[in-house]
Design a protein around this ligand. Structure first.
Ligand SMILES: [Zn+2]
Length: 343
């Protein structure tokens, strides 16, 4: 899943495989994409472009055919000969997809999957329909013939082109991968969790923390690793929100930075949007990191950190990070000074 949608940016191989197959299908349905595609298309797609695989098809061809409707829905065609464009299912005419726009006439088609070329053998339209047509079908045929008359006759050596609806360019595997994997959901923290100023291992920590996947006691109870979900310092359930927003150490940090109000919402997303500054999420990331470190030191090493060393640790961390992006240095030092303020 992409990082912007809350994933780790690692490619899903199953989806990638589907995208490769869809790209293969798109090449089959376009002219001028190479001899191997032309040969396959001449063999399999000579008069019609199937929508569903046949029982007798090979497994390879079945997997390609299963993706043809997806490719057709994602693209529009600039036609010439029309040998790789489906008359009823492709988007090639101003009217839209004819199977949707003229559904009654479509139901009279002898071959619903026919190519344009098969219905225009010598440059003259010869639509093959079951006769007699119903009244509605005749009206829709009239509309279609009018639209067809407005289409200029193609030259013989021009090739069909299939372009993506979204970009107007020839589709690539990447386009299909995005099409298959994009769920339209944007994970808001994705914009700052992966910023380069934060060292990589800490970025992974932040991702785990914001996804609620750290091994806090509440998660450990769910995993049946322990039976007590209580915080070691106070009578509350130990969750990521508790450690980073409510527990005693958290109060020290957020009080010092003047954002106590936002922690009442018990939601890290509220806190990150509380201060309208582009360096605030970075400062917050350093705070979350050291609150978690303090918790681990307490639980595993029985070492309790005091208020002043905790604030100094966060300030040191931020100072270190500031060297990674000198442009943000002065803004980050504002937070460092706040943390080190002796008040
Ligand atoms: Zn606590």
């Amino acid at each position: 899943m992409p990082k912007s949608q809350g994933g780790l940016g690692i490619r899903n191989l199953r989806t990638h495989n589907r995208a490769l197959m869809a790209n293969f299908a798109a090449k089959l349905l376009s002219s001028g994409t190479g001899p191997c595609f032309s040969w396959l298309a001449d063999w399999y797609l000579s008069n019609d472009i199937p929508q569903t695989p046949l029982h007798a098809d090979t497994p390879f061809w079945k997997s390609i055919v299963a993706l043809i409707p997806t490719v057709q829905n994602a693209t529009f065609c600039k036609i010439a000969l029309g040998d790789r464009t489906a008359l009823w299912h492709d988007n090639w005419i101003n009217l839209g997809r004819l199977c949707h726009e003229l559904p009654v006439l479509y139901s009279f088609a002898i071959d619903p999957c026919c190519t344009i070329q098969s219905q225009r053998p010598d440059g003259i339209w010869n639509l093959q329909l079951h006769n007699p047509l119903s009244h509605t079908a005749q009206l829709q045929l009239h509309v279609l013939l009018q639209a067809l008359n407005n289409i200029a006759s193609p030259g013989t050596n021009i090739q069909d082109d299939r372009l993506l609806v979204t970009t107007g360019k020839r589709p690539t595997t990447k386009d299909f991968y995005n099409l298959f994997s994009d769920k339209g959901l944007v994970w808001a923290p994705g914009r700052w969790v992966w910023r380069k100023i934060i060292p990589h291992r800490h970025r992974i920590f932040l991702w785990l923390a914001l996804k609620g996947r750290l091994n806090t006691k509440d998660n450990m109870v769910v995993k049946k690793w322990c039976s007590d979900a209580g915080c070691d310092q106070c009578p509350a359930v130990e969750s990521v929100e508790h450690i980073t927003l409510q527990c005693r150490q958290a109060d020290w940090v957020w009080d010092k930075l003047g954002v106590m109000q936002a922690t009442r919402a018990n939601d890290l997303k509220t806190l990150v949007h509380y201060v309208p500054s582009d360096t605030w999420p970075i400062c917050m990331a350093a705070c979350l990191l050291h609150l978690w470190k303090a918790r681990n030191n307490r639980v595993f090493n029985n070492k309790h950190i005091a208020r002043r060393p905790l604030l100094t640790n966060i300030a040191d961390e931020l100072t270190l990070w500031a060297f990674r992006e000198p442009k943000l240095r002065s803004k980050l030092m504002h937070w460092v000074n706040k943390l080190l303020d002796p008040g």
